[in-house]
Design a protein around this ligand. Structure first.
Ligand SMILES: [Zn+2]
Length: 118
């Protein structure tokens, strides 16, 4: 497996960030600023890119850095790990059936003894 965990995470253009923040009224869309009010706002992907999310405005929202964004990222990473940890099917080398070994059968040697008479 050479699938590198390459970050498909592209930076969101500054202009887009600004647009999203303005749209969302500079408020965390997860908690409306009730939990992360003191923390800076991030513009984040609602559906992470790794899970098929787009860079479209509809998939972007303002999210407080902590705890909202941090928790969301953690959940995403956990999901990502679960996705990657696909159950491995262990392939065992099949034991070659019945490698017929010649049975150690001793051919019966009969020693005839000639009873020499006379
Ligand atoms: Zn928040």
């Amino acid at each position: 497996m050479t699938t590198s965990w390459s970050g498909t995470r592209q930076p969101i253009p500054k202009a887009t960030r600004k647009r999203i923040l303005q749209r969302d009224d500079y408020r965390c869309q997860l908690c409306q600023g009730t939990r992360c009010g003191n923390h800076p706002l991030h513009v984040d992907h609602r559906v992470p890119v790794a899970e098929g999310g787009t860079h479209d405005d509809t998939n972007l929202w303002a999210l407080g850095a902590y705890p909202c964004h941090a928790e969301k990222t953690r959940a995403e990473q956990a999901r990502g790990r679960a996705r990657r940890a696909t159950t491995r099917i262990t392939v065992r080398p099949a034991t070659v059936p019945g490698r017929s070994q010649p049975r150690g059968q001793h051919p019966k040697h009969r020693h005839r003894r000639h009873r020499g008479h006379g």
